[in-house]
Design a protein around this ligand. Structure first.
Ligand code: MF3
Ligand code: CO
Length: 256
């Protein structure tokens, strides 16, 4: 069932979204050669305590019964697509493509956002990959309006990405969000316009294109969490929590 939120609930989601965006922006600014993913996660967990918010991902149950997700932040580098664990040995270097995914629970409501930063010098193609993934998200958000269909969002991501010679990951999707991190509906990054559930005002969802430079296929590493590209080529990820509106979607994971 797709839940339509009350305006009072959306106001709480704005607060969760603000905290998500603020901390995500801060950790993104810390991405430099020699800094580790573990340091970013430690910083994020400290900021959550200061802002009296709860990490959304830490101890999240494994989808197929493995061990719970161990951190507040996901840090996925280069061929890692999503759900990378912020370990101490994951030390950034020049040329890295670093995807950061972060979620917050505040006053009973969730925020979820992701972005990818590149450490220069990058190849032109790597810079294009990041830019295309970011822009695919904004193209999709434009479709998150009352009266459209879920397939319009999915199709917008897929066409924007594939026209630029990249591919969309099919095994993972965006999702409804609210009192749970993952609610209905699933929001795939590929699909057919005009198909799927009708979008209504006050639906809230996390739209999250995961884009591969090469083939769309992925596999999961032996740690049970880290999703990597099957062909070893790099990947990028952007995500915002949004609310469907009449005319123009509202992005909740923004700082003020
Ligand atoms: N944004 C991701 C998602 O919605 C992050 C989840 S990490 C997890 O699936 F640990 F919570 F699974
Ligand atoms: Co998400």
């Amino acid at each position: 069932m797709i839940v339509i939120k009350e305006e009072e609930e959306i106001e709480k989601m704005r607060e969760a979204g603000r905290i998500t965006a603020l901390i995500l922006r801060e950790v993104a600014e810390m991405v430099k050669p020699g800094v580790s993913a573990h340091q970013l996660n430690e910083y994020a967990e400290r900021r959550l305590r200061e802002l009296k918010a709860i990490p959304a991902f830490k101890n999240y149950p494994h989808p197929s019964g493995g061990k719970k997700y161990p951190a507040a932040l996901c840090v996925s580098v280069n061929h890692e697509v999503v759900h990378g664990i912020p370990t101490r040995d994951k030390v950034f270097k020049e040329g890295d493509i670093v995807s950061l995914d972060f979620g917050v629970l505040k006053n009973g409501y969730y925020g979820d956002s992701a972005l990818t930063v590149g450490i220069e010098p990058l190849t032109k193609r790597a810079r294009q990959l990041i830019k295309t993934t970011r822009e695919a998200l904004y193209q999709a958000i434009k479709k998150a309006v009352a009266g459209a269909r879920l397939g319009d969002i999915s199709h917008a991501v897929q066409t924007y990405v594939e026209r630029r010679g990249f591919s969309v990951v099919r095994d993972f999707a965006g999702h409804g969000i609210g009192t749970h991190l993952h609610e209905e509906p699933q929001v795939p990054n590929f699909g057919i316009p005009g198909r799927g559930p009708l979008l209504k005002e006050r639906m809230t969802m996390a739209i999250e294109p995961m884009v591969n430079m090469g083939d769309w296929r992925v596999r999961v590493e032996s740690d049970g969490w880290t999703v990597v590209t099957a062909d070893g080529q790099p990947s990028a990820h952007f995500e915002h929590t949004v609310v469907v509106r009449d005319g123009e979607a509202e992005i909740l994971t923004v700082v003020e």
